[in-house]
Ligand binder design. Structure first.
Ligand code: SAM
Length: 288
């Protein structure tokens, strides 16, 4: 079939032929706009020297475009009803493999080693199932996978939080968690009309470029992230109040004040004003 999967007519035709009904619980909102897909592929930096990992190919709208532009493509799809459809829509590409597995249970490092040529960039590109956006991205970031970038369609509000700068409403512990591992930017805002069915929320494309090493040095990563979470605990409260609450029984306000003084951070500030560097200083001066 010469017509792209990601058109309203072809998508409807495929769904009808297979009697497919959307499962809301699996976050099934398929893309029906080829231009958006081409933009995503360009923002992702996909070319013939790159490999792509896709999460949730659906009926293959994005997968088809990836197959046309990347070297090799591996796509994880949890819904086995989609397998015969993908066999048809992707049948003419010999550089695509679909794996019927929950991405949260997949051994992604193994798959990369088994499917891709060593030395080539590995890029994750997906229109994610929104109900598990954060767990999927945290898995990809924290598992120390040999991945170069992640470009994903997600809920706009979550994309904004992940890419947020200090002193903005969206800035929080999720911003720090994501930006500790990556350089994050929102590259595209996307109207609801490019999906079938249309989701209830607005969407954006988020691009994450993996860092070679974190932008700050922390004594203990777990402690660092704990301190960040505690600091954002109650957004209206001061740094001092949130810290005092978190370290109750361990450090009193006097002790906290003298440590904050060492790193030149005013106890009356709010968590949302602290930069990544200041969070690192804070965690390091509180760690013992
Ligand atoms: N890529 C297609 C597109 O853009 O038209 C479909 C995107 S749709 C938003 C999300 C896809 O992820 C669905 O096909 C859904 O079945 C699949 N999915 C949901 N949960 C998943 C999981 N845990 N692991 C792998 N795929 C999943």
């Amino acid at each position: 079939n010469s017509k792209a999967v990601a058109t309203p007519t072809r998508t409807k035709e495929i769904l009808q032929t297979y009697g497919f009904s959307f499962k809301k619980s699996l976050g099934q909102n398929f893309l029906i706009d080829v231009n958006i897909l081409k933009n995503i592929i360009a923002e992702a930096g996909i070319d013939r020297s790159a490999n792509a990992i896709e999460i949730g190919p659906g009926i293959g709208a994005l997968t088809e475009q990836l197959a046309q532009h990347a070297d090799r493509v591996v796509a994880f799809e949890i819904d086995q009803r989609l397998l015969p459809i993908l066999e048809e829509t992707l049948g003419s590409y010999d550089n695509v493999e679909v794996i019927n597995q929950d991405i949260l249970k997949a051994d992604v490092a193994r798959v990369i080693a088994d499917h891709f040529k060593p030395g080539q960039p590995v890029r994750v590109v997906a229109n994610l199932p929104y109900y598990i956006t954060t767990p999927i991205l945290m898995k990809l970031l924290m598992d120390q996978l040999p991945i170069d970038s992640i470009t994903v369609m997600i809920q706009k509000e979550v994309a904004d939080r992940m890419a947020a700068e200090p002193n903005t409403k969206s800035y929080g512990s999720l911003s720090i968690a994501v930006q500790y591992y990556t350089e994050a930017s929102v590259v595209l805002n996307v109207p609801k009309t490019v999906f079938m069915p249309q989701p209830n929320v607005d969407s954006s494309v988020l691009h994450l470029e993996m860092r070679e090493k974190p932008p700050v040095e922390v004594e203990d990563e777990e402690f660092f992230f704990d301190v960040v979470k505690a600091t954002f605990g109650q957004r209206r409260k001061t740094l001092m109040n949130n810290l005092a609450r978190h370290f109750k029984g361990e450090m009193d306000k006097e002790e906290l004040r003298s440590r904050l003084e060492k790193i030149n951070i005013e106890p009356s500030r709010r968590g949302e004003s602290l930069s990544m560097k200041e969070f690192a200083d804070l965690a390091n001066v509180l760690y013992k």
